[in-house]
Design a protein around this ligand. Structure first.
Ligand code: GDP
Length: 364
């Protein structure tokens, strides 16, 4: 899973990205690796997995990971090639979801490219670039559909649908906000439009505003309104504070957060929010050798989940031995859970749940 951090210049993208990299570098539990200067892999914090590690003391501890890409350089005119615009747009095309950092902090020393703090305008500026790029892509698809229609009438529905999407884009709406049935949604995702990607607005607030809460904050409210219009999620953060937190040792970090009345850092919240935005859950495997979290889409059935570990597991799937995390904790050990008959044997149709601890049985 890959997330792209976008936003206008000087809104706090790099600060957030550095906070993410730092947090990983500081944490022995959740190591981080930098793949390229602007690409980093970060572990998904998971208290359940930590508990399993305490229980099994495994040789290997492997949390689920997500990749963050700092996509700097989006400016007004990017879709027309301003400031290497097209390169940045193609970077966005490669990610699964977008984190759009919106500046909500005032600071006279830090220039705003548009001269003032105005979240709504900033969001529209970025949206416009993405929409213009989408229009180009969609027009190519429309041409193709029109040609197909000449040979076969069945393409009329597709053409009508894409024209409806085009009209929405023309009027400044994102593709995400177009009402679709299941078939149309599939059609839409076959075009790979930037404005159809899941998005979280990260409202980057000043430390004071963040501390005093977002209620009544007009900048945050503006981001929230945009998010509602766009079918997007929204999360308040303070990138600067995150950067500070990320430099602390784990014990200090907890104290610092407690001091702010928080139990988890903004980064942890961001990662969790991205996970749910993308409809992802984790199942866990646990043993002396390794305790590990695996990412799957909500609704995944047992054989496909097994396939995440190895294609052979999916092909030769027999059954899954499953126990919920809480059940295991109540029993204390896997052996006690087995004695109580809590370890369930599930077949091909079983839909995996978040936090399931699984052992797959398969034929080779
Ligand atoms: P980018 O261009 O979007 O990557 O922005 P940067 O992360 O480089 O941030 C631009 C400037 O704003 C830097 O000097 C940051 O220290 C500062 N900055 C980022 N977040 C905050 C914040 O929450 N409050 C304040 N006051 N400054 C911030």
């Amino acid at each position: 899973m890959k997330l792209g951090i976008v936003g206008l210049p000087n809104v706090g993208k790099s600060t957030l990205f550095n906070a993410i990299t730092n947090a990983g570098a500081q944490s022995a539990n959740y190591p981080f690796c930098t793949i390229e200067p602007n690409v980093g892999m970060v572990a998904v914090p998971d208290k359940r997995l930590e508990k399993l590690r305490d229980m099994y003391e495994p040789n290997k501890f492997t949390p689920a990971t997500i990749e963050f890409v700092d996509i700097a350089g989006l400016v007004r005119g990017a879709s027309k090639g301003e400031g290497l615009g097209n390169k940045f747009l193609s970077n966005i095309r490669e990610v699964d979801a977008v984190v759009h950092v919106v500046r909500c902090f005032e600071d006279g020393d830090i220039v705003h490219v548009e001269g003032s703090i105005d979240p709504q305008r900033d969001i529209e500026t970025i949206d416009l670039e993405l929409i213009l790029s989408d229009l180009e892509v969609l027009d190519r698809r429309l041409d193709k559909t029109r040609k197909l229609l000449k040979a076969d009438k069945k393409y009329q529905g597709e053409l009508d649908f894409f024209e409806r999407v085009r009209a929405a884009l023309e009027s400044g709406q994102s593709a995400r906000s177009v009402e679709c049935d299941e078939e149309e949604a599939e059609l839409l995702s076959s075009v790979s439009l930037l404005t159809n990607k899941p998005i979280i607005f990260a409202a980057n607030l000043s430390e004071e505003d963040f501390k005093s809460g977002v209620e009544g904050n007009r900048f945050f409210r503006a981001v929230q309104e945009a998010a509602e219009r766009e079918h997007a999620a929204v999360l308040p953060i303070c990138a600067q504070t995150e950067a500070e937190i990320s430099e602390l040792a784990p014990e200090e970090k907890e104290l610092f957060l407690a001091d702010m009345g928080l139990t988890e850092s903004g980064l942890d919240r961001l990662i969790t929010a991205c996970y749910s935005l993308l409809g992802l859950i984790s199942f866990l495997t646990a043993g002396k050798d390794e305790c590990r979290a695996w990412t799957i889409k909500k609704g995944t059935r047992a054989p496909q989940a097994a396939g995440r570990i190895h294609t052979d597991f999916e092909r030769g799937f027999i059954r899954a031995e499953v126990i919920g995390f809480d059940e295991l904790m109540e029993c204390g050990t896997m052996a006690a859970a087995k004695d109580k008959g809590l370890l369930r044997s599930e077949g091909k149709e079983y839909v995996m749940r978040d936090g399931d601890i699984v052992l797959f049985r398969f034929n080779v």
